[in-house]
Design a protein around this ligand. Structure first.
Ligand SMILES: [Zn+2]
Length: 265
């Protein structure tokens, strides 16, 4: 864990513990997915999978561009994931500050930038970065109680330049191809997200929950209908209230400030 200039740099394994200690004071319901396009693996001067450019030079370079060229007040993104799996937190755009990620659609969102150009013909994500990306989104979804689906984990490409949500990536209408036409090896459409990226986040969260509690999984049924798996901890079965609510036709709500869960019909 190193703080230098305007960034806090964490190893992948340090992120979850750091995140758990953060006090979130704004409502966050969406996690944006971006690639930086530039900087990318070429500008990072990758040699045998190791970037030769200093990591803080890269981060400060982005910040300078955002402030001096884009005329933003601070670094656009809240979080940056490096090609080696390290995770940088923008100190001038901490988690409680609304990001400058998708023009017109930043309220209630958190902006994560993944270093690289993942358009077709661009960079191939390293295994370390891939693991860190799944890990960061799983930890954020867990901490912020954000469902892991394409309504809440959103690609920049699903928005117009004005910030209207499109049903899918639509060349000509989407503001950008971001996070890349070959993101995750699948692309930037909703179907591509549901194919590889969304399941990878779910799998990582399942791994974390199992690891954290060393818990066994429990099958859970509501009115004979199987819902999301729960886990067994100290003789009790824990299952997301949202999953139970949905199965009963009720709505689950989570207030992250007062730490209160409600189920209403
Ligand atoms: Zn983007």
């Amino acid at each position: 864990m190193i703080t230098k200039g305007n960034f806090l740099l964490l190893e992948t394994h340090e992120f979850r513990g750091w995140l758990q200690k953060q006090k979130i004071t704004r409502a966050i319901t969406k996690l944006q997915v971006h690639h930086t396009a530039s900087p990318n693996y070429t500008t990072r001067k990758m040699k045998n999978g190791i970037a030769q450019q200093d990591v803080f030079a890269c981060l400060e370079g982005m910040r300078n561009y955002h402030i001096n060229t884009q005329k933003w007040s601070a670094t656009g993104q809240n979080i940056t994931i490096m090609e080696d799996g390290r995770i940088a937190i923008s100190l001038d755009r901490d988690l409680n500050k609304t990001p400058a990620g998708i023009a017109g659609a930043n309220t209630g969102a958190l902006c994560v930038e993944i270093i690289g150009n993942f358009d077709r013909g661009g960079d191939t994500m390293t295994a370390a970065q891939r693991q860190a990306v799944a890990h960061v989104y799983a930890c954020l979804a867990d901490k912020l109680n954000i469902p892991i689906n394409t309504a809440h984990i959103v690609y920049h490409a699903w928005y117009t330049a004005q910030g209207s949500r499109l049903p899918d990536y639509t060349p000509g209408r989407s503001s950008k191809t971001c996070p890349g036409t070959n993101f995750w090896g699948d692309g930037n459409t909703v179907a591509a997200a549901n194919k590889g990226f969304i399941p990878a986040i779910k799998q990582e969260l399942e791994r974390l929950r199992k690891g954290a509690h060393n818990a066994d999984k429990a099958k859970v049924y509501v009115n004979d209908e199987k819902i999301e798996d729960g886990f067994i901890l100290e003789g009790r079965v824990y299952v997301p209230l949202r999953a139970v609510g949905e199965a009963l036709g009720a709505k689950a709500n989570w207030d992250n400030i007062t730490k209160t869960a409600t189920l209403t019909k």
